[in-house]
Design a protein around this ligand. Structure first.
Ligand code: MG
Length: 164
């Protein structure tokens, strides 16, 4: 877990043997439907690039949402990603030519980003959603996530960072 994506440093990723990042968009790199990346995101991507870590966007959102945002970031993307199914992660693995075991999924939702990433054999980091959702369905999902978080073993990527 990490509170924001930029807590996940290239050094930390390299210590896990991670060569590529699979990135969610909504509430991970920016708020829902926001065309502008969240503060610190662009600089974080640049750090990863300089460290030789490849990156791709994997979103369940539509191409109309995903394509322009990925283009701003200069990243390849897969829209309509069908997370938590494995196929989107496999497509990312093929696109980057990196095995799933050397990929790390970064996203804000346990039941899509993290569940799918773990099933596909990727490392996963759950980030805190940038903004609280107002829709009833999302609030229900977040309540379920809190239950899972109570029982799941987890480590804070940002606290690991402070130790190293
Ligand atoms: Mg999301």
């Amino acid at each position: 877990m990490a509170d924001r994506v930029y807590r996940i440093t290239p050094q930390l990723l390299q210590s896990w043997g991670v060569k590529g990042l699979v990135l969610d968009i909504d509430n991970t790199l920016t708020t829902h439907d926001n065309p502008v990346p969240d503060q610190g995101v662009t600089a974080w991507l640049e750090q990863n690039r300089q460290a030789g870590i490849q990156m791709i966007v994997l979103s369940n959102n539509s191409p109309e949402r995903v394509k322009p945002f990925a283009e701003i970031l200069g990243l390849d993307f897969i829209a309509d990603g069908a997370k938590p199914l494995k196929k989107g992660y496999r497509r990312c693995s093929e696109a980057m030519n990196i095995p799933c075991e050397q990929l790390c999924m970064v996203g804000d939702q346990i039941f899509t980003d993290i569940l799918g990433g773990n099933n596909a054999g990727c490392k996963t980091v759950l980030v805190q959603p940038i903004q609280k959702e107002k829709m009833a369905f999302f609030r229900f999902k977040r309540a379920m996530e809190r239950l899972v978080l109570r029982i799941c073993p987890k480590k804070r990527a940002d606290s690991i960072l402070h130790l190293s």
